[in-house]
Design a protein around this ligand. Structure first.
Ligand code: ADP
Length: 602
């Protein structure tokens, strides 16, 4: 008789099969770190269980020895794989260096070798035989010195793993406690069973090793622990440090809208009790916070602003609430994370900044209004001064001595300068206060140009400059615009051109630019403007050269007003200039033609 029958065969056989199934399921879902080691563990448990099956069924010494040799392949693999899994699970995967892994596997390889070669040295079993108990052939093996050494070593590894797991259990947040406890129980069951078997206190018949069956129980416990609780695919220790330390509130909810994790910040801002909310439904826990509930109901991803009313512990605070899905490796949503960042301070600062800006804007407006009124009030007496001064210069009110005449001339010219300045300030203040309005009406462009020429030719004449006018025939006879302000723009440019040119010419060109725009160009052969100043000269009180006021007079307001007017007219202005050669100011304006009334033929 080679084989025999015992009902315990089925126990061991099913232990092996179930172990393989668990390993396969876990491998397929790959729930987290250490999973490969766990799958390895399942395989070696299965080898041990299948070996035990054969051992029970074997009725000859040869088969018994073969079966036990197979069992030991499984036995020696369990401890190192279990340790590797625990290291991965407790966030210590970095301990598994190649050197450490090699070291862990020295023992299994050595033991396997010694087990299979025992007949030549007898170090593992000093004697091996068979006997018959209750009608069954059982093995009678006497353990050798190496057997004890191997067992002690395996137990040390188990002990280390168990300690690491217990530490993880103590440090884990509630969410993972269940998982860690199950793993721990899974580790203890076979250890106890094995101890009972070795010590002879086996509850089963003495020839049946309960370890494989115990592994069956523990494999199921552990598999379930990993499979069922695999909410986050992150290991508890790492999660603990990151999530609990966050300044933001974090709540994790599962597919059934139950709270599966919540960090201390969230507990605090909603004044909750941690123990009681885990596992609760969102709708019950946050019954009073309808805005929180409304925002996450049917969405995987969202962002909203919510305000938490003041409570006994907390003042009113504003949060951005973000909802983001948590996916597993296959991209399926396994949970959602609700994250609340406190933006109260940010909001407050923004509010203060807004108020400050409004105040500043109001102040500028008041300043501009004040300047506009003041300039107006100054102009009236100044005009009187100019009027009387000019009258005196004509000699109509009596003869003046040469000295009187000379001084009177200075009074007049300085008053004119002052009037120009006041006019400029009035204009810029009105523009800034938003009180400058353009009066758009049709005007005959040729007439306008003649007027501008007459007004400005005198500047060129005074300095013996050539003054050229170029007029493009492609312009319509009449166009729409604010004639007076346009004149002011061109006068400003022409007076600058004459002011900054000592010899050569000043040319004014007026022509069509393209179908929808026209251009005014003022070109001179003057001192030019250095490139870095070409942008700033359009700003208020900016001059290309700070000594300009002394040498040429002026305030630095002219071009600022010109640019404002041009912008108000829907156009733009640019300058091109070369120091020592001259400058060209180009104004481009929208061309608004005036529709000619149709001639009706009767
Ligand atoms: P102001 O002429 O009163 O100083 P503007 O705003 O009209 O003020 O001009 C600003 C500055 O731009 C002038 O001071 C001068 O330095 C420079 N600038 C303007 N037009 C010319 C020009 N045609 N040639 C050279 N420099 C010019």
């Amino acid at each position: 008789m080679t084989f025999q029958f015992s009902p315990y065969i089925f126990l061991n056989l099913s232990a092996g099969i179930v172990s393989l199934i668990i390993g396969y399921l876990i491998w397929q879902r790959r729930p987290g770190p250490g999973v490969n080691a766990f799958v390895g563990l399942c395989i070696f448990i299965a080898i041990q269980a299948f070996g035990s099956t054969l051992e029970l069924a074997a009725a000859t010494l040869f088969l018994k020895i073969l079966a036990i040799n197979i069992i030991y392949i499984g036995v020696v693999g369990v401890a190192p794989f279990w340790l590797a899994f625990v290291l991965g699970y407790t966030n210590r995967a970095h301990w598994l260096t190649q050197r450490n892994i090699a070291f862990l596997f020295i023992h299994p390889i050595l033991v396997t070798f010694l087990v299979w070669t025992n007949q030549w040295h007898g170090l593992f079993w000093s004697s091996r035989g068979i006997d018959t108990v209750d009608g069954l052939v059982v093995n009678v093996f006497t353990q050798g010195s190496l057997w004890w050494f191997h067992t002690a070593y395996a137990y040390i590894l188990l002990l280390v793993s168990t300690i690491l797991l217990i530490r993880a259990l103590l440090k884990s947040p509630d969410l993972y406690r269940g998982q860690v406890s199950l793993l721990l129980a899974g580790a203890l069951v076979p250890t106890v069973a094995n101890m009972l078997f070795i010590s002879g206190l086996n509850p089963l018949p003495s020839y049946v090793d309960a370890t494989p069956t115990a592994f069956l129980v523990s494999g199921m416990l552990m598999g379930w622990a990993l499979y069922r609780f695999r909410l986050m695919d992150i290991i508890p220790v790492a999660r603990d440090a990151i999530v609990d330390g966050l300044a933001d509130a974090v709540i994790v909810i599962d597919g059934n809208n139950r709270i599966v994790d919540i960090n201390p910040k969230a507990i605090a801002i909603f004044s909750l009790q941690k123990k009681s909310v885990i596992g609760e439904r969102m709708r019950d826990t946050f019954a009073q916070h309808t805005d929180v509930l409304e925002n996450f109901a049917d969405t995987d991803e969202a962002e909203a602003e919510i305000t938490l009313a003041p409570t006994a512990q907390n003042e009113e605070r504003i949060y951005t609430m973000r909802i983001s899905p948590l996916r597993n490796q296959r991209g399926e949503i396994t949970a959602r994370i609700i994250n609340l960042s406190d933006i109260t301070t940010l909001k407050r600062i923004n509010q203060e900044l807004k108020l400050a800006r409004e105040k500043a804007e109001e102040a500028t407006q008041l300043k501009s209004q004040f300047l506009a009124t003041m300039s107006h009030e100054l102009r009236t007496p100044l005009n009187a001064i100019i009027g009387y001064s000019e009258l005196m210069l004509t000699g109509m009110v009596g003869d003046l001595s040469d000295k009187h005449y000379q001084y009177q001339e200075r009074v007049t010219s300085n008053s004119h300068h002052l009037l120009n300045l006041i006019n400029d300030i009035l204009d810029i203040s009105k523009i800034e206060a938003g009180r400058m309005e353009l009066i758009n009406q049709p005007f005959i462009i040729k007439d306008w140009l003649d007027e501008v020429t007459a007004q400005n030719a005198v500047f060129a004449e005074e300095k013996s400059l050539m003054f050229n006018i170029e007029f493009g025939d492609d312009l319509p006879a009449q166009i729409m615009g604010d004639e007076a302000r346009l004149r002011q723009v061109v006068t400003n440019l022409l007076s600058n051109a004459c002011k900054f040119t000592h010899e050569g010419h000043v040319t004014l060109t007026v022509r069509r630019n393209d179908t929808s725009t026209w251009r005014i160009e003022v070109q001179d052969t003057g001192i030019g403007i250095p490139p870095h100043k070409q942008e700033t000269i359009f700003e208020e009180f900016q001059q290309a050269d700070n000594s300009s006021t002394r040498e040429y007079g002026g305030t630095g307001l002219g071009l600022a007003i010109v640019r404002q007017f041009v912008l108000m007219m829907g156009g733009h202005i640019r300058v091109s200039s070369e120091v020592g050669k001259g400058s060209t100011f180009t104004v481009i304006l929208p061309l608004i033609e005036v529709e000619q009334p149709e001639t009706i033929i009767t």
